[in-house]
Design a protein around this ligand. Structure first.
Ligand code: 3PG
Length: 406
C-alpha cells in the first residue's frame, strides 16, 4: 500500500522497518513516524501544522509487516549531532513503544545531504591492498588465539609464524586490551618488530591492535599505539560507538587503517523480528570511516547469519555510495580452510577471510595453519575445488582431514 505523497528522495532519510503489532499496521506506522519526529502519545498545545508539515516523518508505504518511513533532512543536526543523533531519530524510542511488540530497522537510505557530512574510509579496499602489495587476491588473516593469555612475545611470535606462512593480516581479538599478561605497549612493540622482520624477508603484513576504550581516551590511545609501531588499529563499533570510529578516522594524527570489529552486534541483529539489522550498521561504519568491517561469514562459518543478509552487508561495503572509498568486507568467525572455496564463491575476491582457531588449531601449528589458509585462498582464486588442490598441498590436506570441507 503506497500512502505517502511523492517526495524528493534527496530531501529525506528513508528507513524500512519490520513491525509486529496488534494494531492496524497504518496506526502503528503513524505512531512510529510521530514519535520519532514531531509527535508524542497525545496531541500538543505547542505544535502547529507548519511544524508537522515541515519536520514530521512521513509513512511512505506499508507492505505486509514492512513499513517505509521518510524523515526530512531538516530533522537531522547539521554539525554536532553526528551518528548518535541520527540513531536517536531512526532507531531511538520506537523500539520501546507499547503499541508495537517487536520492531526491526532493516535498512536505511541516507540522502546526499546527510552523506556529504561524512568522509568515509581513508584507506578502504584499495588502500589496504596498496599497503599490502596484494592487488587482486582476497586478503587472508588470523585472529591471535587464545584471545587472552599470551604474552607480548608469544603474540609477536604467533604473528611472525602466521606471516611466514603467508597471511596478509592478523589482529588482536576483541577482549584483548591492556591486561597485565599482555600490556598493550609491549605487545605493539613486539608485534611491530615481528612485522618488520617479515618485511625484511620480503613479506608485507599488518596486524590490528585493539584500541577499544572509553570515548575520551580512544584517539590518545590510538596515537600512542601508532607511535609504538602499529600498522593498523582495531575498534569494536557496537561497544565503543560509531562516534569512536569517526573520531579515529577523521583525526589527522591517525595515519593507519581502522579494522572494525562488531562484538555484541548479535544483541541487535540476531532476532529476525526485532532490533537493527547489520545493513544499517554497515552503512554507518562506512560513513564514519571504517576501512575493514566484519560482515558475517555468508552462512558458512560459526556466527549465525545467512548468505543473503551477509551479501547485502558486503554490497553495502563495496557499492558506490556518497563518493566514499569502499570498505574491505571481513568474513570471520569459525572459518577454516575447507570452507573458503564456498565462501569466496559467494563473496568474490574483494574480501578479507580470517581464521583464529582455523589457523592455530592446525595440527602442524600456526605456520602450517597459515599455509593451509593461503592454499585454500589460492584454490578459490583459481576456481579449483579445495579437495583437488589439497592433493599436492600437504598443509591444506591436513586441515581438511581435521575439519572437513564444505
Ligand atoms: C573474530 O574476531 O571474528 C573471532 O575471534 C574469530 O575466531 P575464530 O576464527 O576462532 O572463530
Amino acid at each position: 500500500m503506497h500512502l505517502g505523497e511523492d517526495i524528493d528522495v534527496d530531501d529525506f532519510v528513508i528507513c524500512d522497518y519490520r513491525v509486529t503489532t496488534d494494531l492496524p499496521m497504518a496506526d502503528a506506522a503513524n505512531a512510529i513516524a510521530a514519535e520519532q519526529s514531531t509527535g508524542t502519545w497525545t496531541d500538543l498545545s505547542t505544535t502547529t501544522s507548519k511544524i508537522v508539515d515541515r519536520y514530521g516523518a512521513r509513512v511512505l508505504s506499508i507492505d505486509g509487516d514492512l513499513i517505509r518511513i521518510a524523515f526530512p533532512n531538516e530533522d537531522f543536526s547539521i554539525d554536532i549531532g553526528g551518528v548518535p543523533q541520527i540513531l536517536s531519530v531512526i532507531a531511538g524510542n520506537l523500539f520501546g513503544l507499547e503499541s508495537v511488540s517487536k520492531l526491526r530497522l532493516e535498512d536505511v537510505t541516507f540522502s546526499k545531504e546527510i552523506l556529504s557530512m561524512y568522509k568515509g574510509p581513508k584507506f578502504g579496499v584499495d588502500g589496504l591492498r596498496d599497503l599490502l602489495g596484494r592487488p587482486e587476491k582476497p586478503l587472508v588473516g588470523t585472529i591471535v588465539k587464545p584471545k587472552i593469555g599470551l604474552s607480548p612475545k608469544e603474540t609477536a611470535n604467533y604473528v611472525y609464524e602466521a606471516g611466514a606462512g603467508g597471511l596478509t593480516n592478523s589482529k588482536d581479538d576483541e577482549t584483548l586490551s591492556n591486561q597485565k599478561f599482555c600490556p598493550i605497549e609491549d605487545r605493539t612493540v613486539a608485534v611491530a618488530e615481528a612485522l618488520d622482520r617479515l618485511e625484511s624477508e620480503g613479506h608485507r603484513m599488518m596486524h590490528a591492535i585493539n584500541v577499544s576504550t572509553n570515548g575520551d581516551k580512544i584517539v590518545e590511545l590510538a596515537e600512542k599505539v601508532q607511535s609504538w609501531g602499529a600498522k593498523e588499529l582495531m575498534v569494536d563499533v557496537i561497544t565503543c560507538g560509531f562516534a569512536a570510529v569517526q573520531a579515529l578516522a577523521e583525526d589527522p594524527s591517525i595515519k593507519v587503517p581502522i579494522h572494525v570489529h562488531r562484538t555484541m552486534h548479535g544483541a541487535l541483529t540476531r532476532d529476525p523480528l526485532h532490533g537493527i539489522s547489520m545493513l544499517p550498521i554497515t552503512k554507518l561504519v562506512r560513513m564514519c570511516g571504517g576501512d575493514a568491517l566484519h560482515i558475517g561469514t555468508l552462512g558458512v562459518g560459526k556466527m549465525s547469519g545467512n548468505p543473503k543478509g551477509d551479501l547485502a552487508n558486503l554490497n553495502a561495503c563495496l557499492d558506490p555510495v556518497g563518493g566514499y572509498r569502499t570498505v574491505m568486507p571481513v568474513c570471520s568467525g569459525g572459518v577454516y580452510p575447507g570452507m573458503i572455496g564456498r565462501m569466496v564463491q559467494i563473496s568474490g575476491k574483494n574480501v578479507q577471510v580470517q581464521a583464529g582457531g582455523g589457523v592455530s588449531g592446525h595440527p602442524g601449528g600456526v605456520r602450517k595453519g597459515a599455509m593451509a589458509m593461503c592454499q585454500a585462498i589460492d584454490a578459490a582464486f583459481q576456481d579449483i575445488p579445495v579437495t583437488e588442490y589439497a592433493k599436492d598441498h600437504t598443509e591444506l590436506h591436513e586441515a581438511i582431514v581435521k575439519w572437513g570441507y564444505k
